[in-house]
Design a protein around this ligand. Structure first.
Ligand code: 4NP
Length: 153
């Protein structure tokens, strides 16, 4: 079974939202994929997602309130086939922990993998307002739609 890990900085805004959106789409389409998320910093380990991500997900019928933050670690390279970083800083921080070349090849920028741009970040919405989270939802929804197409191609 394929497994995908979304990674952002805190694992409370972007990556848990991506996890929730992709989980919903694969459940609707009955696609056997394992989905998880993690953060490159440990500040929010054990915390529930940011309320703004919880609220925007809820508006689209997705409940991510049960997710809990966790710190990305080098075991994730063994456990996941594909590691999708939300921005270039996350990508670099993940690559620094990669034990070998095969592990490095698993790591991609999320929007690159989704075919939605080259070298483009999913903007960090932490210091933004609710509108930024709405934009974030729309972008991640588009990305997850493309990820599903790639997974089922
Ligand atoms: P995320 O957003 O990486 O999308 O979860 C952030 C969450 C927390 C912080 C920064 C970004 N922080 O500085 O605590």
């Amino acid at each position: 079974m394929k497994s995908i890990l979304f990674v952002c900085l805190g694992n409370i805004c972007r990556s848990p939202l991506a996890e929730g959106i992709l989980r919903k789409k694969i459940a609707e389409k009955n696609i056997p994929v394992v989905v998880d998320s993690a953060g490159t910093i440990n500040w929010h380990a054990g915390h529930r997602p940011d309320n703004r991500s919880v609220m925007v997900a809820q508006q689209f019928g997705i409940d991510i309130s049960g997710l809990r933050g966790r710190h990305f670690n080098s075991k994730d390279f063994d456990q996941f086939d594909l590691i999708l970083a939300m921005d270039k800083q996350n990508l670099n921080d993940i690559l620094k922990l990669a034990p070998d070349e095969a592990s490095k090849l698993k790591v991609k920028l999320c929007l690159d993998f989704a075919g939605l741009g080259t070298n483009k970040d999913v903007p960090d919405p932490y210091y933004g307002d609710f509108e930024d989270f709405d934009d974030l939802y729309q972008l991640l929804d588009k990305a997850c739609e493309q990820i599903i197409i790639k997974l089922t191609a």
